[in-house]
Design a binder for this molecule. Structure first.
Ligand code: GLA
Length: 379
């Protein structure tokens, strides 16, 4: 893939590029907790976007999106009608606001990371470009600066008020490790990923969640509303993680049922993440799997970010004795499910799940296995 990207660059721009790899991410548990200052458990994966890049002496940027076979030239940094360009332009804008700015450049990017499938291709593009420009132009921003610039690009140019999880995982991923990230302090620790007899397997609904930004931003506002109400009721809190479920329940009558459900989901999801980590330390995969199912139930009924395709995929695993847990992964409204499956039963899992999906939908179901990989880097 990298070779193809490089060749395309040479063919288009007649110059030698510098190349970078930026991975996608998975998240084991802790969904919609990042912008609530809670905990997440992501990892970078071995599916990536590759960047071939070189400065040019023109007064314009030239971008080629390999997977879409689309070429554009841009002179000014402003939000574009072309959505994929916004991921890049937002990053350039963010870098321009720092002490040193990048110049004009040519870029070809593309890879084997599926778009809009819940593996955060958007963060892979943002972090990949931020990292690449930082190196090519020696801009001297720290890894954390670049992570925040990438997140801000998503906020300001793409319009999704996302948390920090995706960009952080793409930047800090390590082979065979999960990252437990405290999204408030940004402290993190790596956890060995030893599943022994089980693997995580991913089932892609094929439903793109691109149009879900309004719903996403709305969830964020609803959680903020919950925090505000609890503050007004005398709780000196900053975020939902500072509350116990009992405290929230004690104030249930002070808020609408909707706000209560959103907030209780977030509090419970933080607890599930801690339970899952404890279960992982004891190799108690059954308990670990229960946390995944619990997460899906919460995302479906309380947080309401699932969709029929995701629910059918999760429900289909209930009768599979070789699946210990399953849930939707990422922002929701499409994308994929993450499934904890007994290694020797993976072929059986795939065929049963494909059959179950085909019984309801005409879309094909793609199933992926992933390895945990290093974060963004030069290649
Ligand atoms: C998207 C966002 C993340 C996070 C997840 C849900 O991937 O980019 O910040 O909120 O949804 O956990």
């Amino acid at each position: 893939m990298l070779e193809e990207i490089k060749l395309k660059f040479v063919a288009l721009f007649n110059a030698e590029p510098i190349c970078f790899r930026s991975p996608g991410r998975i998240n084991i548990i802790g969904e919609h907790t990042d912008y609530n200052n809670g905990f997440v458990l992501p990892a970078a994966i071995n599916k990536s976007i590759y960047f071939a890049i070189a400065p040019n002496s023109l007064q314009k940027f030239r971008f080629f999106a390999y997977d879409l076979n689309e070429y554009i030239e841009i002179e000014d940094i402003a939000q574009s009608k072309i959505q994929w360009a916004n991921y890049l332009l937002g990053v350039i804008d963010g870098l321009n606001r720092k002490h040193k700015s990048p110049g004009y450049f040519d870029l070809v990017f593309g890879g084997d990371l599926p778009f809009g499938a819940g593996f955060s291709s958007s963060a892979a593009i943002e972090v990949g470009l931020a990292f690449a420009l930082n190196k090519v132009y020696d801009l001297e921003n720290s890894a954390m600066d670049l992570t925040l610039i990438a997140q801000k690009a998503e906020h300001d140019f793409v319009g999704v008020k996302c948390g920090i999880m995706d960009q952080f995982a793409v930047m800090h991923g390590k082979a065979d490790k999960l990252i437990k990230l405290d999204c408030r302090s940004l402290e993190y620790e790596y956890h060995d990923f030893k599943l022994k007899d089980y693997s995580f397997v991913f089932a892609d609904t094929g439903v793109k969640h691109n149009l879900a930004e309004n719903e996403y931003n709305l969830r964020r506002e609803q959680c903020e509303k919950g925090v505000e109400i609890m503050k007004e009721n005398g709780f000196p809190i900053q975020s939902l993680r500072d509350l116990s479920l009992a405290e929230l329940e004690g104030n249930k009558t002070q808020m609408s049922d909707l706000i209560f459900r959103r907030c209780s989901y977030v509090i419970e999801e933080n607890d599930r993440l801690q339970n899952a980590l404890r279960a992982m330390e004891k190799n108690d995969w059954k308990r670990f799997g229960e946390q995944l199912y619990g997460s899906h139930e919460g995302l479906r009924h309380k947080y309401e970010v699932s969709c029929r395709e995701l629910d059918i995929l999760v429900e289909a695993t209930y009768d599979m004795p070789f699946v210990l847990g399953a849930r939707m992964m990422g922002g929701g409204f499409g994308g994929c499910t993450i499934n904890l499956v007994l290694n020797e039963a993976i072929p059986e899992f795939k065929s049963q799940l494909q059959k179950a999906y085909a019984a309801h939908f005409e879309k094909p179901l793609k199933i992926y296995e992933m390895k945990l990989s290093d974060g963004v880097g030069m290649c």
